[in-house]
Design a protein around this ligand. Structure first.
Ligand code: PGA
Length: 249
């Protein structure tokens, strides 16, 4: 099955009005691409970026969303608010949220459910620590993280969910998984989904994330189960990010 590639830039807590204007203007130099380009600025800049990319094919993502629908949750942002700014995707379960903000599998699953109810497409991030990899727990950790979401929203919902496999040891470390290591895990994720639904497993786009650079992306994108990338550091550099999008074809 042909799955469209997605190249998503996770800007994390970086940028200012000035730098974001410059970055987006740089990205808009990009010629048409067969891949879907997604950018994920911090909340305050969603509206600005939405205006800047209005005439392009870029999609907008948020980096988080509340698991609650509305009400007395000071400091939180709801899924419907994101919808007001044409946000299509939301990153959920990023390892920085899991480790620094104690987001458990259940919290992530609840956020996935809330996002889907508001017609936001979750980019569900999963992945193992270095200790877990060394203990041969990579597949079981990924399966546990996915199973928590299946149990909450059902397998059919995965037709609207993008998965990002991001080994924690590769995030922000400059130490990317090799294309073969990524393929091995992506294939196992698809096989795990296939146990619940073969059809859904073939549809789901599985991105790789963790120190993706232009120089390593081509080999990753050649892998049959790698359907794109979630890019952190390199997405803050327009030229580098454009080169990654080009590598995706
Ligand atoms: P990185 O981040 O590309 O800087 O490793 C990836 C991510 O955290 O999504």
């Amino acid at each position: 099955m042909i799955r469209q590639k997605i190249v998503a830039g996770n800007w994390k807590m970086n940028g200012s009005k000035e730098s974001i204007n410059a970055l987006v203007n740089g990205l808009l130099e990009m010629k048409g691409s067969n891949s879907e380009v997604v950018i994920a600025p911090s909340f305050p800049y969603l509206s600005l970026v939405n205006e800047l990319v209005a005439a392009s094919d870029f999609s907008l993502a948020a980096q988080n969303v509340s698991g609650e629908v509305k009400g007395a949750y000071t400091g939180e942002v709801s899924a419907s608010m994101l919808g007001d700014f044409d946000v299509k995707y939301v990153l959920l379960g990023h390892s920085e949220r899991r480790t620094l903000y104690n987001e458990t599998d259940d919290v992530v699953a609840a956020k996935v459910a809330t996002a889907l109810n508001a017609e936001l497409a979750p980019i569900l991030c999963i992945g193992e620590t270095l200790e877990e990899r060394e203990a041969n727990q990579t597949f079981s950790v990924c399966e546990r993280q996915i199973q928590a979401v299946i149990s909450k929203v059902g397998i059919e919902a995965f037709a609207k969910i993008v998965i990002a496999y991001e080994p924690i040891w590769a995030i922000g470390t400059g130490l990317s998984a090799s294309a073969e290591q990524a393929q091995e895990v992506h294939q196992s994720i698809r096989a795990f989904l296939a146990k619940s639904s073969e059809v859904v497993s073939q549809k789901v786009q599985i991105l790789y994330g963790g120190s993706v650079k232009a120089s390593t992306s081509k080999a990753l994108f050649e892998m049959p189960d790698v359907d794109g990338a979630l890019v952190g550091g390199a997405s803050l550099d327009a030229k580098e990010f454009i080169a990654i999008v080009k590598a995706a074809g």
